[in-house]
Design a protein around this ligand. Structure first.
Ligand code: ATP
Ligand code: MG
Length: 349
């Protein structure tokens, strides 16, 4: 729900790679809304792997402090080193923890007749954002049989319950009101068993609030298979952290490009928009990154704050540009630049 505000304080953290090209695009889209939202006040903030390589700090304390003073934020992307770098840990993973952004909400929606559209999809992946294998407790031992590596996977009732509640809340506002729980409890009966049971039990703790929501469940492997064969069966998919990551990248393939898919990291007190894609080192610095995932992330962030009509204006402008198919970045088969696509969207907003 919308809190009355005289201004909207938005932290901008472009971070690495194409994040620096697409976050400014999202900013101009928000600015184009004019008086439809409280006056936006942007603060540019530092974080990222490149920052770390220059000064040894990936997430400066000032950035965290500034975010605590903000109403919301937009995060670009961080490049992930392929090998473990001593002293480095991902700032986005840290921010999710520090700000308790326990849900990663990723709508994947196809635009009918848009280039790259492969099938009719309208689903939301609700990914648990704080635990699972992302607690990153890994260790390596040297045994008489050679190296042995272990990772700890944490699933708690508390985190499973609140991500389940978030999924049911989102389902309430959708026409189909259908939640699919993704797990692998045939193999991981203790951890995934707890996730599945806890999410299933959410309606029983909600005084009939979710009576209109139907529940299904699916093993993650068959969920990916069916996602590709019959994506229309899904509405809200709720999953532990790692499965949620994989499922949403896979779903992104169905709508043509990772460059189209937005997300928000949401907690009870803060929301941070973030494109699903990474830093795309292969195209960074060329001015050709698709800005749509970030622009849609801005809309999703506004929606989460209760600004539905301004969010609709952004989404409609994006859909129009996609449907017209004249100004598209190379990932969608076009020849336009980030700037040209952004300008076209801003003009329609
Ligand atoms: P990272 O480690 O930061 O995730 P990555 O190499 O996995 O980097 P991604 O950003 O995840 O790269 O992108 C995967 C592929 O999708 C790359 O080929 C990239 O160029 C492409 N891609 C991702 N985002 C966009 C975008 N916004 N516009 C165009 N292409 C994109
Ligand atoms: Mg990636």
């Amino acid at each position: 729900t919308q809190v009355p505000r005289s201004k909207l304080r938005i932290g901008l953290i472009p971070a690495d790679g194409i994040g620096r090209e697409v976050i400014p695009a999202a900013r101009t889209a928000i600015e184009a809304l004019g008086s439809d939202i409280p006056k936006p006040e942007f603060t540019n903030l530092l974080a990222g792997f490149e920052l770390f390589t220059r000064g040894g700090v990936a997430l400066p304390e000032e950035t965290v402090e500034a975010l605590r003073e903000s109403d919301c934020a937009l995060f670009g992307s961080v490049s992930s080193p392929s090998k473990k770098v001593t002293g480095y840990s991902s700032p986005i993973v840290a921010l999710r923890k520090i700000l308790d952004l326990y849900a990663n909400i990723r709508p994947v929606v196809s635009v009918a007749d848009a280039p790259g559209e492969k099938s009719s999809v309208d689903l939301i992946v609700v990914r648990e954002n704080t635990e699972c294998l992302y607690v990153k407790q890994e260790n390596l031992e040297f045994t008489e049989n050679g190296k042995e590596a272990r990772a700890t996977r944490l699933i708690t009732e508390r985190a499973s319950h609140r991500i389940g509640r978030m999924a049911f809340e989102l389902a309430l506002n959708r026409p189909r009101k259908h939640v699919t729980i993704i797990h692998k409890s045939n193999v991981l009966s203790v951890t995934d068993g707890l996730f599945r049971e806890t999410v299933r039990a959410v309606p029983s703790t909600a005084n009939g609030r979710y009576d209109g929501v139907t529940i299904a469940e699916q093993l993650v492997d068959s969920a990916v298979y069916r996602l590709f064969r019959e994506p229309h069966i899904y509405d809200v998919m709720v999953a532990p952290n790692l499965y949620g990551d994989i499922i949403s990248d896979a779903a992104a393939a169905l709508v043509g490009s990772l460059g189209l898919v937005p997300s928000v990291n949401a907690g009870d007190n803060f929301v941070m928009g973030e494109p699903v894609h990474g830093s795309a080192p292969d195209i960074a610095g060329q001015g050709i990154a698709n800005p749509i995932a970030s622009i849609r992330s801005a809309a999703l962030m506004l929606r989460h704050l209760g600004y539905h009509q301004p969010a609709d204006r952004i989404d409609k402008a994006v859909d129009e540009v996609l449907r017209e198919g004249q100004l598209l970045t190379p990932d969608l088969g076009g020849k336009s630049s980030t700037q040209e696509v952004t300008d076209a969207i801003v003009k329609r907003i």
